[in-house]
Every structure is written in structure tokens, then in C-alpha cells.
Design a protein around this ligand. Structure first.
Ligand SMILES: C[S@@+](CC[C@H](N)C(=O)[O-])C[C@H]1O[C@@H](n2cnc3c(N)ncnc32)[C@H](O)[C@@H]1O
Length: 293
């Protein structure tokens, strides 16, 4: 007899809330939401663009069936999949998906893998929770490499991380010697988790939900790992924060040209790129470079 029954619901993002309600009303033990607002942990299936993917877990098949009917009534177009989970320690099964990564001088991984971190690496420990940025997503890895490279040459630089998630990039920057590291995110849960993460790493990082408009000053290095359309929208604000170097990730290869054009139009000069799979990182420098450490 399966211990848990899981419903996976895929539907247009606009219909997500009503379906979440239906899943909860069916007596879910928990409902996980994956959508554009809450990027999922690496290794798990992501929703299609414009859609949300909900996972409701139930401790009886009857509850799962009644939740299924409730979702079907609420959102007839939803695609629903029912799956019985084996009787295992499912609350920690996801841990198997989390890997530690080594990028340049950095080791980034979860608390339970720190024993395996090679001596001599700069460690960033990230407890995987709801925020994006455990280190092992290609976009994060690409940014970690850029942060490591920049700070190797400019060890006392100031760094701004736009869309900080877990805070991983800002924390890494600070641990590599940045004189100042600031991380902002428009998701309050991410900001809370990033603060926890900074504390866990004993790293002094300024983390907040401040908007770019409100944020004072400019920075030697600005990193933004957000999706391409957001990067295009934010181009004027992000560009205004760059003293020397800008690094953008979260861009898929076919979107690179559009994102590059948006930042060129703001006076930045393209300075190379890096890629991993379909993901591209775009580097720029400020045309009139101000002095930087
Ligand atoms: C892909 S995650 C990157 C997390 C981390 N910096 C990393 O590299 O792993 C993108 C983050 O940007 C945040 N975000 C999305 N749009 C934003 C915006 N307009 N302003 C600030 N943060 C934003 C999201 O909440 C999310 O935490």
C-alpha cells in the first residue's frame, strides 16, 4: 500500500491560486508551487513557460481523488497526474538531488556535504529551502565563476547582486574579499532566507528588498541572474549601477542578442560571454570606467 499519493497539476499560471486552494481543501499535507515567481530547486521538473506546476501530497488515495475532482471542477483545462510514492523517507528524498559545486576558488554546497569540501576552498554553505540559488544551477555556476574571476583581479571591489535568491553570489563575493556586498530581491521570502544564509556563513552582506530606484550609489561589479525579459525591463536601472563590470545570466541563447542590445543602448560595452548548455552569461563593461579597487 503506498504511503503517499501525489498529484501533479499543470495549468496556466493565472489559474494557479484557485487550483492551490482546491488542492489544500482536498486535505493536502503540503502543496508545492513552481511558477515564474518561485523558481524550483535544480533537478526537479520545471513548469512550461506561462504555466504553473503544483504538487499536492496526500496521505490517502481518497483524499487525493477528492482533491483531483476539486481541481478538475475549478480548472477544467488542468493536466493532472496521480502518482503513488513508495514508502520511504520522502521528506528527505529531495536531498539526493542537491550537489555541491566547485567553481574557481569556491565550494558551494548544502550543510550535510561540507565534510566533503576540499581544504583551501572558500566555502559557501547554502541550506536549500524555497529560494533559488543552491549553486548547482548552470546560471548560478556561470555567475560564481564571474564573481571569482573579477575578485581575483579586484579583491576589494564593491559588488551588487540583483535578484539575490539565497544570497549565494553576494555571500561568495564577500567571502572572496569584496569590501562591500549588497544583495536585493523583490521576493520577501528570498530576502529572509538570504539573511539566514549570510548568518550561516558568517558573512556581512547587505540584504534587502530595496528596489533599484531606491538603492544608492554604484558598484564595481553588478551581477544579475534573472530571466531575460526582466533583465531587458531593468536595463536602465541596472546599467546605472555599474562602475566597471556587469554580468548577466538567466538568458537563453536565442535571447542573448536582445538582452545585449538593451544594455548597449544604455552605454555598456559587451565584453564576452560564457555558456553552459542552453544558458548564456553576458559580460559588459562600463564605457567610461570610474576608478575601482
Ligand atoms: C534565478 S534566481 C537567482 C538567484 C541567485 N542570484 C543565483 O544566482 O543563484 C532570480 C532571483 O531574482 C529575483 N527577482 C526576479 N525579478 C526581480 C526584480 N525585478 N527585482 C529583484 N529581484 C527579482 C527572484 O525573486 C529570484 O530570487
Amino acid at each position: 500500500v503506498p504511503k503517499y499519493v501525489q498529484l501533479t497539476v499543470e495549468l496556466p499560471e493565472e489559474a494557479s491560486e484557485v487550483a492551490q486552494l482546491a488542492l489544500h481543501e482536498g486535505g493536502a499535507l503540503g502543496v508545492e508551487v513552481r511558477d515564474s515567481q518561485s523558481p524550483c530547486l535544480p533537478g526537479v521538473r520545471a513548469p512550461n513557460p506561462g504555466e504553473a506546476l503544483l504538487v499536492g501530497s496526500y496521505n490517502s488515495a481518497n483524499k487525493a481523488q477528492s482533491a483531483r475532482r476539486a481541481v478538475e471542477r475549478a480548472v477544467p483545462s488542468a493536466r493532472i497526474q496521480v502518482e503513488a510514492l513508495e514508502d520511504r523517507d520522502w521528506s528527505s528524498a529531495w536531498k539526493d538531488l542537491i550537489r555541491a559545486v566547485e567553481v574557481g576558488r569556491l565550494w558551494v554546497g548544502p550543510p550535510w556535504l561540507t565534510d566533503g569540501a576540499p581544504a583551501g576552498k572558500v566555502r559557501v554553505v547554502v541550506e536549500p529551502k524555497r529560494a533559488f540559488g543552491t549553486g548547482d544551477h548552470p546560471t548560478t555556476r556561470l555567475c560564481l565563476a564571474a564573481v571569482d574571476d573579477y575578485l581575483a583581479v579586484h579583491p576589494r571591489a564593491s559588488v551588487l547582486d540583483v535578484g539575490t535568491g539565497t544570497g549565494v553570489l553576494a555571500i561568495a563575493a564577500r567571502k572572496l574579499g569584496a569590501a562591500r556586498a549588497v544583495g536585493i530581491d523583490n521576493d520577501p521570502i528570498s530576502v529572509d532566507l538570504a539573511r539566514e544564509c549570510a548568518q550561516l556563513n558568517d558573512a556581512e552582506v547587505e540584504l534587502s528588498g530595496a528596489s533599484l530606484e531606491r538603492l544608492k550609489g554604484s558598484f564595481d561589479l553588478v551581477v544579475a541572474n534573472i530571466l531575460a525579459n526582466t533583465l531587458v525591463d531593468l536595463a536602465p536601472l541596472i546599467a546605472s549601477k555599474v562602475d566597471d563590470r556587469l554580468v548577466l545570466a538567466g538568458v537563453l541563447a536565442p535571447q542573448a542578442e536582445e538582452v545585449t542590445a538593451a544594455y548597449r543602448a544604455r552605454g555598456l560595452t559587451a565584453a564576452g560571454s560564457a555558456s553552459e548548455g542552453d544558458w548564456v552569461r553576458l559580460d559588459f563593461h562600463a564605457t567610461t570606467s570610474r576608478p575601482h579597487p
